[in-house]
Design a protein around this ligand. Structure first.
Ligand SMILES: NC(=O)c1ccc[n+]([C@@H]2O[C@H](COP(=O)([O-])OP(=O)(O)OC[C@H]3O[C@@H](n4cnc5c(N)ncnc54)[C@H](O)[C@@H]3O)[C@@H](O)[C@H]2O)c1
Length: 356
C-alpha cells in the first residue's frame, strides 16, 4: 500500500533537535524538509550530518514558506509559546516538542488553549517509556502479578525541570493513566532557581490518584543514589508496589520484580537510538489514524505537568493542592519568593558535583 510521507521542519539544532532531525530522517514515513537554528555554526554542524536540507537561521521564514505537516522544536524550557504559535501558523497538523511543556501552570494552560483552539495535535518527548526495561515493568504490572497495586513511586537525582515530568509520566503510566486528585510536597535549595532548567534543588511529595493509588516522588539533591547505575542522570528508580509484590525500573540498569511466584530481573538502559524510533513511528501512526492516539500526546504530558506544578504550589504555600488546577499561576516565582535559603542536604555523595 502506498503510504504518504509527512514533511517535517525541525527548529533548534542543539542536542535534542539534531537527534530528532536524524530520527525523522531515518524513518521512511517522514521527510525532513527544513532545519533551523539561531546559530549558523550549529546549523552547519547539523547539515554535515543531515545532508542537503533547506536551512535558515530564521525559523519563522522557513515555517511560512515550507508549510510542514509536522513542526518540531527542541529549545530550552523558557522557549515554548512563540514556537507553539509559529507551529500553528505554519499550518502543521502536529507539533512535536520537548519536555517540560512549560515553566508555569499559567503558560501550560495557555499552550493547551492554543492547541485546543487550533485543533493541532501535539506530542511531548517522554520517550524513556519505550525502553525494553520500562515496558517490561509495565507488562508485569498490567498482568496482575503484583496483586492490587497501591503505590507507584519515582526517585530521580537530576533536578526538577530536567527530570520530574519524566518521573510523573512513567508513574502515571504504571498506574493506568489514572487522574490525580491532589498533591502535597516540600522543597529545598535555591541553587538551581536560575538555571536554564529552573528548579528547587530538591522536591519531594505525595500524589493522590483518583483510583486510590498513592504516588510518592522525589527529584533532585536529596534523592538517594542508585548504586547499580553508573551514569549520574540515569540514577532513577520508578516502580509499583502491590499486595503481592513489586516491579521497578532503573533508567540506567534494567528492571527487577518480586512477586508471590518468585523474583526476576532483566536488562535495559535508556538509549535514544532505541527509544526514539518507536516514538517517531507513533507520530506517523497518529497522523494516519485519529484512533491511534500517541502515548506521549500533549494531554498526558499536560496532566503530568499539572501534578508537577501542584507539588511546587504546595512546597511554596503549604498544604494539599487540589487537582486538576482551576487557574494558572507562576509557581517558580512563588518558590523564588518563599523557598528558605538554607543549603540543600544531599541524599548521596554521588550528587556533590551537581549541587556544589
Ligand atoms: N526527552 C529527553 O530525554 C531530553 C533529554 C535532554 C534534554 N531534553 C529537553 O530538550 C530541550 C532542549 O534541550 P537540548 O539539550 O537540546 O538543549 P541545547 O542547549 O543543546 O539546544 C537548545 C537549542 O535551542 C535553540 N534556541 C534557544 N532559544 C531559542 C529561541 N528563542 N528560538 C529558537 N531556538 C532557540 C538553541 O540555539 C539551541 O540550538 C530542553 O527542554 C530539555 O529539557 C529532553
Amino acid at each position: 500500500m502506498f503510504m504518504t510521507s509527512y514533511r517535517v521542519l525541525v527548529v533548534g539544532m542543539g542536542k535534542r533537535g539534531l537527534n530528532h532531525a536524524l530520527m525523522f530522517k531515518a524513518n521512511p514515513r517522514f521527510e525532513v524538509v527544513g532545519v533551523s537554528s539561531r546559530q549558523q555554526s550549529r546549523l552547519d554542524a547539523a547539515l554535515a550530518k543531515l545532508g542537503k536540507v533547506p536551512a535558515d537561521i530564521d525559523a519563522s521564514k522557513l515555517a511560512t514558506s515550507l508549510k510542514p505537516d509536522v513542526f518540531c522544536f527542541c529549545t530550552p524550557p523558557s522557549v515554548r509559546v512563540p514556537l507553539i504559535e509559529l507551529g500553528i501558523r505554519s499550518g502543521a497538523r502536529l507539533i512535536a516538542f520537548e519536555k517540560p511543556i512549560a515553566t508555569s501552570s499559567a503558560e501550560a494552560m495557555q499552550i493547551r488553549k492554543l492547541l485546543r483552539d487550533s485543533g493541532v495535535k501535539a506530542v511531548v518527548s517522554h520517550q524513556h517509556r519505550y525502553g525494553e526495561h520500562y515496558r517490561k515493568v509495565q507488562e508485569i504490572i498490567s498482568s496482575g502479578k503484583l496483586g492490587r497495586v497501591h503505590t507507584v513511586y519515582g526517585t530521580f537525582v537530576g533536578w526538577m525541570m530536567h527530570m520530574l515530568s519524566h518521573a510523573i509520566d512513567y508513574m502515571s503510566w504504571y498506574n493506568g493513566s489514572a487522574d490525580a486528585s491532589w498533591a502535597m510536597a516540600q522543597a529545598a535549595g535555591r541553587g538551581k532557581l536560575n538555571d536554564v532548567h529552573p528548579s528547587p534543588e530538591y522536591i519531594a511529595g505525595f500524589i493522590q490518584y483518583a483510583n486510590g493509588v498513592r504516588g510518592i516522588v522525589e527529584c533532585g539533591a536529596g534523592a538517594p543514589d542508585q548504586p547499580e547505575v553508573d551514569a549520574w542522570w540515569r540514577k532513577n528508580r520508578i516502580g509499583a508496589q502491590g499486595t503481592d509484590g513489586f516491579a521497578e525500573v532503573l533508567t540506567g540498569s534494567g528492571w527487577r520484580a518480586v512477586t508471590k511466584t518468585g523474583s526476576w530481573s532483566g536488562p535495559g538502559s535508556m538509549n535514544y537510538d532505541l527509544d526514539m524510533p518507536p516514538y517517531i513511528q507513533e507520530i506517523a501512526d497518529w497522523l494516519d489514524d485519529e484512533r491511534r492516539v500517541h502515548p506521549c500526546a500533549f494531554e498526558f504530558a499536560y496532566q503530568g505537568f499539572e501534578i508537577m506544578m501542584a507539588l511546587c504550589r504546595s512546597a511554596a504555600e503549604g498544604g494539599q493542592i487540589a487537582l486538576p488546577l482551576t487557574s494558572g499561576a507562576d509557581e517558580l516565582k512563588s518558590l523564588r519568593e518563599k523557598l528558605h535559603d538554607k543549603k540543600v542536604l544531599l541524599g548521596s555523595q554521588v550528587s556533590v558535583k551537581e549541587y556544589a
